[in-house]
Design a protein around this ligand. Structure first.
Ligand code: PDD
Length: 288
């Protein structure tokens, strides 16, 4: 197989030829931000929202935006073109750049390092769609700027390891005050009495693009939706729980801390929303 082609600082090259300095602040400090963007039938999904979030993350961290809006999209489209997969997901990251010697204080004149590559986007496995996923709840020990899509994901990685050790698929993160935030790499939705409930955007969660699309579809199809804080004990009486992200869309949670969620099967509101989501993707891909 041909090596994957990646983008690094203005050039396309085989992945195994891409080189970044060990003095890059992304490597030494996790000083950078990233995006994960789905591509369906070779078309970027919800580009405007992903670009807006990228710019938000860059601004919040005072990292210069190294490319124009057009250049970002052009680079992504070139990556897509260089690979055969119909459905892909683009990973892109911007670090503050290379700085010698190491110093917590960023130098003023740094050139951000831009890296991007694409992967095949695989559909969620049938057994997950049929049976859902198992999760545990876990204390959310992350910082209070989770609205920034920052490279620094150590707490999220540790949460995944704890899920694995507990023999489950993922976690629901809960702050020490009992309020529920999100998954380790996804947003959370709860269904109670046919109403969709999700925590409001704040510094405690990432403003997910999948979450945004689900909110749009709920409004369009007259499904009641409320943004409000969710307390941990409410999860035990939820009819449905979902985790949402760009690479998995909406995943139904059927077991929480060893107990069945609702009926213990993927719920009817999830089924309905999933159909609307697939229809929305088709509508975007085939306008008119
Ligand atoms: N993660 N919350 C967190 C902490 C996330 O890392 C993600 C996405 C989301 C969902 O956002 P979106 O719907 O825009 O994908 C919420 C990506 C997929 C990742 O890190 O790979």
């Amino acid at each position: 197989m041909n090596p994957q082609i990646v983008y690094l600082d203005g050039e396309f090259m085989p992945m195994n030829e891409a080189r970044v300095s060990p003095m890059d602040r992304g490597f030494l400090f996790g000083d950078g931000v990233y995006e994960v963007i789905p591509v369906y039938q070779r078309q970027v999904f919800e580009w405007a929202a992903h670009l807006a979030r990228l710019k938000y993350s860059l601004k919040a961290t005072s990292i210069n935006n190294p490319l124009s809006d057009e250049a970002w999209l052009d680079m992504i489209n070139q990556l897509i073109k260089r690979h055969d997969w119909a459905d892909q997901f683009i990973y892109l990251q911007v670090s503050r750049g290379v700085q010698i010697p190491r110093d917590h204080m960023p130098a003023a004149d740094l050139t951000p390092t831009v890296y991007a590559y694409t992967n095949p986007l695989k559909p969620v496995a049938d057994h997950i769609l049929q049976h859902g996923i198992k999760v545990i709840s876990l204390e959310d020990i992350r910082w209070l700027r989770c609205d920034i899509k920052a490279l620094t994901l150590l707490p999220n990685v540790m949460a995944k390891l704890q899920a694995q050790a507990a023999g489950v698929d993922d976690v629901i993160l809960v702050r020490a005050d009992g309020s529920v935030s999100e998954g380790s790499a996804s947003n959370l939705f709860m269904v109670k009495d046919q109403t969709l409930i999700t925590p409001p955007n704040s510094h405690k969660i990432l403003p997910g693009i999948t979450r945004l699309v689900i909110e749009k579809l709920a409004r369009r199809h007259h499904i009641d939706l409320i943004e409000r804080d969710i307390q941990q004990d409410e999860l035990n009486s939820a009819d449905e729980l979902w985790l949402t992200s760009s690479t998995k869309e909406a995943l139904p949670i059927t077991q929480l801390n060893g107990q069945a969620v609702g009926s213990g099967k993927p719920g009817s509101v999830w089924q309905t929303l999933r159909q609307h989501y697939q229809a929305y993707k088709n509508e975007i891909l085939n306008p008119n």
